[in-house]
Write a protein that binds this ligand. Structure first.
Ligand code: MTE
Ligand code: HPA
Ligand code: MOS
Length: 767
């Protein structure tokens, strides 16, 4: 299939594409600047803004007292103050909002704000929160089978703890929004958000106006990765609040350090496990427990924990299994959605366990994987969903063959015997990722399609373009369904005024949900056009009859399948529809069928289908410096019938690299009292071009369209390939394990950064 090129590629390359802060200044526009809290935990006793207000150019300084409506926001519960009310709960929490003619005046004013804070002891780590009993919400649990019986049947039992670090999103475009007041209570907000509807709702509730007065528009994001699903609304609210008080347009965009301090990250976890298995390495029982660091407010922590638990067994059938999870409140920014939404942590934990099992029974980890994969008979997940159309086995067989996995493992052993200080490793990672919002209600989308009388089409979406290619995929779907050239299709900026009551673009469901909603709208328009065109054709020439089902939309024409001479160009047809008084505009709607989850029993069918993958990554490790070099990655992914192979390839490569950043490079460092130290790119290291393997082979699994009805039988792609980034970490772990002769390993944690690797190597090899 030919891939349509990225929809706004030309504008982006020329630097002419508008991100929120590229929108030219509005007449009379003000800037808003956030004053951050200097402590992680404390009480704001008093403040004095009088001197700061004398700075020329400062128009207002807003506090929580200036909020007319609700003073707290949040997705699951409204527990996060928009501006500090009394208690400060994390370092960098927004306290005041300076509204000024320019940023310089705001910087000046910031220095003159006086406040008195009573400092309290901060809680930073999961262990500290456990000690204090700062549990965020009731724990969650899945249970299947009989753990005790399972463990009693096992030949081996291993127990351990596994620590997983967080990750900063590092979208290139920091949070930004512009609020433009209109007549009376109207306001239009341009926001860099994955969730315009939530912004609209919260702004309305904060300002105390009805939803229909507020419009939120989003053209594109310079990356989001989940970081703008729940947290962008904070900044849109602040801009709107400033515009409300000043009656002037207000622009708010964060500097990098502010963005890193205010916003939450991927959740760090402490995982505890006990697993029982037989001499072949077949899992019999597993008791898995996850304790996550939620940060100061609820945000999306509970649904994220749930997704961790939904992916705690990854690709493996474990007959007796208990999965428990708890989120702990701490004095860190509220942690939030990040590509994979908790799934990567669950998967990293079980894959770490698979390697521990392999070391114990003395087998290649790939073989342990293979015998534990879900199959025809062993196919029910701990939460009761049956794994259908399982691609794990075909992917495994094809990947093993394509990469000569076992041959290369032997070569690597030879290499390692011959080299004392440089070692190589090769590890595999299977992916089974559930597609749907686990909160089943969210699996819906609307769309509005307008056809114009020059034969062009405008598509208005519920979904957001954040670089993942949603707009391009929808453009392709629209062109194909109308049988017209893609040049005739325009995807408009997403706004709450065109498609209302939308869900965030997240959970990798963007093209699944929006694609189907657009298809629904297009089918309505095509049916109206077809009925009218048949009448038109049949009136002109009565010798035979054309029925709507006979009409084909193809190559910018509409014609009768059996009488191709009976044809009209798409453009002429649209013009004719105006003459015939036929509406060329329709809304579409889609809801994912059959998904539900019952948390009272821990059973359900939360996912419409699963997306699968299999990767193998080879690394080279310098034992003296701890430097990891990625040599080669082979990633074989199941996207069903791809909507756009080039975009899917880009998503796979990008997600893999982002994943390896999490497992090998990125290391959030906090002081003991909870202040983030590495808040700028000189100290927080995301993968650079030199970190990427020289050889990345991406294979899209051929010949396996989605059996479940999805848009053009495709599968979601956005998040699942992030898991490939776990493979190089496993390869590093293998190397360290081999140095320790596969016994009494030091606790190899995630991330495995240079410095940590050196420490582990020293621990096993002596100094
Ligand atoms: N790709 C790019 N370039 N930028 C992004 O911000 N976000 C990821 C993924 N791919 C992201 C991305 C995340 S977290 C999700 S959930 C999906 O895209 C969302 O888009 P989709 O549902 O349309 O795939
Ligand atoms: N994935 C991503 N985002 C979400 C989800 C989910 O399952 N649920 C709510 N927001
Ligand atoms: Mo993606 S973490 O679901 O925005």
């Amino acid at each position: 299939m030919k891939s349509l090129y990225y929809e706004s590629a030309a504008q982006l390359v020329k630097g002419k594409a508008y991100f929120t802060d590229d929108i030219p200044p509005f007449h009379n526009e003000l800037k808003a600047y956030i004053v951050l809290s200097p402590v992680s935990h404390g009480i704001l006793k008093s403040y004095d803004l009088s001197e700061a207000l004398t700075v020329p150019g400062v128009v207002r300084i807003l506090t929580h007292e200036d909020i007319p409506g609700i003073k707290k926001f949040g997705v699951t519960t409204h527990d996060q103050p928009i501006l500090v009310i009394d208690e400060i709960n994390f370092y960098g929490e927004p306290m005041f909002l300076i509204v000024a003619e320019n940023y310089e005046a705001a910087y000046e004013a910031e220095k003159l704000i006086k406040y008195d804070i009573e400092e309290l002891e901060p809680v930073v780590t999961i262990e500290q929160a456990m000690e204090k009993g700062w549990q965020l919400a009731p724990s969650r649990e899945f249970l299947r089978g009989d753990l005790e019986k399972g463990f009693s049947q096992a030949d081996h039992i291993i127990e351990g703890k596994f620590r997983i670090g967080g990750q900063e999103h590092w979208y290139l475009e920091t949070h930004a929004s512009i609020a433009v007041p209109g007549e009376e209570r109207e306001m239009k907000i341009y926001a860099s958000t994955q969730n315009p509807t939530e912004n609209q709702h919260l702004i309305a509730e904060v300002l105390g106006v009805p939803y229909n007065e507020i419009e939120v528009e989003t053209r594109r994001l310079g990356g989001a990765f989940g970081g703008k699903e729940a947290q962008a609304s904070h900044f849109a609210i602040l801009a709107a609040l400033a515009a409300y008080h000043t009656k002037r347009p207000v622009r708010l965009r964060l500097q990098r350090f502010q963005d890193e301090l205010i916003t939450g990250k991927r959740h760090a976890y402490l995982c505890s496990y006990k697993v029982g298995f037989d001499n072949d390495g077949r899992l019999i029982a597993a008791d898995l427990e996850f304790d996550g660091n939620a940060g100061a407010y609820a945000d999306l922590s509970m649904p994220i924990l749930e997704r961790t638990m939904f992916h705690a067994e990854n690709a493996y059938y474990i007959p007796n299994i208990r999965i428990r999870g708890t989120m702990w409140r701490t004095n860190l920014p509220p942690n939030t959605a990040f590509r994979g939404f908790g799934g990567p942590q669950g998967i990293a934990n079980i894959e770490n366990i698979i390697h521990e099992i392999a070391y114990r029974v003395g087998k290649d980890p790939a073989l342990i994987r293979k015998i534990n994969f879900y199959n025809q008979d062993r196919n029910e997940t701990p939460y009761g969903q049956v794994v259908l159309y399982n691609r794990l086995h075909v992917l495994y067989d094809q990947l093993v063959e394509k990469t000569d996995y076992f041959g290369r493992r032997r070569q690597i052993d030879e290499f390692n015997k011959a080299h004392k200080y440089v070692k190589r490793g090769l590890a595999m990672i299977p992916i089974k990722f559930g597609i749907s919002f686990t909160n089943s209600i969210l699996n819906q989308a609307g769309a509005l399609v307008n056809v114009y009388t020059d034969g062009t089409v405008q598509v208005n979406l519920a979904g957001i373009e954040m670089g993942q290619g949603l707009y391009t995929k929808i453009k392709g779907i629209t062109a194909r369904e109308f049988g017209i050239s893609p040049d005739r299709v325009k995807i408009t900026p997403t706004t709450t005024s065109k498609v209302p009551n939308t869900v965030p673009t997240a959970a990798s469901t963007g093209s699944d949900l929006n694609g189907m909603a657009v298809l629904d709208a297009i089918e309505k328009i095509k049916l109206r056009m077809s009925i009218s065109l048949c009448r038109h054709f049949n009136d002109q020439d009565k010798s035979y009859r054309t029925y709507p089902a006979d009409l084909v939309f193809e190559n910018d024409f509409i014609y009768d399948r059996s009488h191709p001479e009976r044809r009209i160009s798409f453009e002429e047809a649209t013009n004719l529809m105006f003459v015939k008084r036929v509406s060329l505009s329709a809304t579409g709607y889609y809801r994912t069928p059959g998904v539900y989850m019952d948390w009272s029993t821990g059973k359900g069918h939360p996912f419409y289908y699963y997306s699968y993958g299999m990767g193998a990554v080879e690394v080279e490790l310098d034992l003296l410096t701890g430097k990891v070099k990625l040599l080669r990655a082979d990633l074989m992914h199941d996207v069903g019938q791809s909507l756009n192979p080039e975009i899917d390839r880009g998503q796979i490569e990008g997600a893999f690299v982002q994943g390896m950043g999490w497992t090998l490079l990125e290391d959030l460092r906090y002081t003991e009292d909870g202040r983030l130290l590495n808040r700028t790119p000189d100290t927080y290291k995301i993968p650079a071009i030199t970190d990427i393997p020289a050889e990345i082979n991406v294979y899209l699994l051929e010949g396996y369209p989605n059996e479940i009805p999805t848009i053009h039988r495709s599968k979601a792609i956005g998040e699942p390939p992030f898991m490939y980034g776990i493979a190089p970490w496993l390869a590093v772990k293998d190397i360290i394990a081999s140095l320790a002769a596969y016994k009494d390993l030091p606790p190899v944690e995630l991330p495995a950064t240079n410095d940590r690797i050196v420490m582990w190597v020293e621990q096993v090899m002596g100094k």
